[in-house]
Ligand binder design. Structure first.
Ligand SMILES: *Cc1c(COP(=O)(O)O)cnc(C)c1O
Length: 491
């Protein structure tokens, strides 16, 4: 069963939690009880088998046959290679590469699974209903969601991105998506305007009865959905097993995890894996210059009134970190009344302050730090020179924060840095890091990076220029609602 972080919804099934995404009046779903496992029972299993066993614990009303079938996505050829989450040894640390999926970013790990979970839930709870998925994106989420929902029967997906606000590679990735049920809209505005407009549409349509909407429902692929978090817990269980098997740690010894963090989904999955009984050590939360989270761990104040910086790690350029709500709910001892108070303060004044006991629990569970733009470039250079390993800027943030952590604490525990994107997705910045100062276009950057490093361009980023483009709708933020009605809902 699932319950809301704000105490306003209890006893929801996994299917209900997944269909709703979040509680309409505010609040996120968490499992009423965290299942406990004995990690040794998972030794020797394949990734897919681990996924099957873990997901079953959280999805009691889904059939065994269904879970066995859908976990197949983690096999070749959706993900390249023999498992989708490889930990490679780089100097003294492990790097967990989560970008071997169709869009070369870690969001594939969850967005290749969510559509199946959502479809099964809708077919069971609201048979005959078609679903329209709305997603605002500043880059990576849009393409990963398009790939996940492409050609899923009974589902349509529309992605909104700020025109001129995403990289050329990201835009090209989105507009070359195949599938009859996918659409992209370039919005004349910035990401916040896109997101706000989509949220408004969402609020006005989500309350409507499916019958009124012609048996259509609106949902979202946003990272607050429990169906996106669950597949991420799997790779932390898997990583612990892999590192033991590689002989990097003794069975049962702790393993630290370092996560480049934005919306807090990835690191929260590590926290839940630890709560389930995986012997993880310190969880290290790494932010870029938008360091609202690392300030929180210092002061106990979540202060979103601050300048917003565009950085080389754009998927972490976030001031309202949605999944953080789940974490402080847990750290407050699941005190929903406190959470309600904090989020009321956040809505009214842009900040909130937790009590000393909650802050102390937060600090017992996680360590936080941040890295600026110069430090990102410097650590990319360092890893390349010392290890011939190429970090993308997001992963570089984590590598730098880990370096600072070790210098400060001397903690000798083996650590895994979570790598969230292929360096080729951000080739221009990576080239600047490894010391290429020639002017190159976004497209040349891919080739130049391949030449300079000897690394191969991922197949799904190659030939993007030659692929056929789909029609791109264009509109102003205030036209989004009308466009959706005309093109997608009234038909
Ligand atoms: C989304 C994303 C992140 C942030 O992950 P969260 O789960 O939102 O904390 C980090 N790196 C990359 C490349 C991403 O796409």
């Amino acid at each position: 069963m699932y319950q809301s972080t704000r105490g306003n919804m209890n006893n929801q099934s996994a299917m209900q939690a997944i269909v709703q995404g979040m509680v309409p009046s505010g609040g996120l779903y968490v499992p009423t009880e965290i299942p406990q496992i004995e990690w040794r029972d998972y030794q020797g299993l394949t990734y897919r088998e681990v996924a099957e066993k873990i997901m079953k614990l959280y999805l009691p009303e889904f059939s065994d046959e269904f879970i066995r079938r859908v976990t197949k996505v983690y096999d070749y050829p959706v993900f390249d290679g023999e498992n989708p989450a490889r930990t490679v040894a780089v100097g003294d640390v492990g790097v967990l590469e989560l970008w071997h999926g169709p869009t070369a970013a870690f969001k594939d790990m969850a967005l290749q699974m969510l559509p199946f979970l959502l479809k099964e839930s809708i077919d069971t709870l609201y048979p005959g209903t078609e679903v329209l998925i709305l997603t605002a994106t500043s880059g990576d989420t849009g393409k990963a969601a398009l790939e996940g929902f492409k050609d899923v029967e009974g589902m349509h997906i529309v992605v909104f991105y700020p025109e001129g606000g995403v990289s050329a590679v990201q835009e090209r990735q989105m507009i070359t998506t195949e599938g009859k049920n996918t659409a992209v809209v370039a919005v004349k505005g910035n990401f916040d305007q896109c997101q706000t407009a989509v949220k408004e549409v969402f609020a006005s349509f989500a309350q409507m009865d499916p019958a009124e909407l012609n048996h259509k429902m609106i949902s979202s692929a946003n990272s607050i959905n429990w169906g996106r978090l669950l597949p991420q817990i799997v790779y932390y269980v898997w990583t612990y097993l892999s590192v033991v098997e590689q002989g990097k740690i003794e069975a049962g010894s702790p393993l630290n995890i370092v996560v480049p963090t934005g919306n807090f989904g990835n690191i929260l999955a590590a926290y839940y894996a630890k709560q389930m009984g995986i012997p993880l050590g310190n969880l290290i939360c790494a932010s870029n210059k938008n360091n609202v989270l690392s300030d929180f761990f210092q002061t106990g104040v979540y202060e979103s009134n601050r300048p917003f910086y565009l950085t080389m790690a754009p998927s972490m350029d976030i001031l309202i970190s949605s999944n953080f709500e789940r974490f402080i709910y847990e750290m407050s001892g699941r005190d929903a009344a406190k959470v309600v108070g904090w989020f009321k303060d956040l809505a009214q004044s842009g900040s909130f302050k937790v009590d000393p006991q909650t802050l102390q629990r937060c600090r017992e569970q996680m360590v936080a730090g941040w890295a600026d733009e110069k430090q990102i470039l410097a650590i990319i250079a360092k890893y390349f020179q010392e290890h011939h390993y190429v970090l993308d800027p997001h992963t570089a943030v984590a590598a730098k924060v880990y370096e600072d952590y070790v210098n400060k604490t001397g903690d000798p525990t083996y650590s895994v840095i979570v790598s969230t994107a292929s360096p080729f997705k951000f080739a221009g910045s990576v080239l600047a890091g490894i010391g290429n100062h020639e002017q190159v276009t976004d497209w040349q950057a891919l080739e130049v990076l391949a030449e300079k490093t000897g690394w191969e361009i991922p197949n799904n980023l190659r030939n993007l220029l030659e692929r056929p483009e789909k029609e791109v709708f264009k509109c102003n933020p205030e036209q989004i609602s009308e466009l959706l009605r005309q093109r997608f809902l009234d038909s």
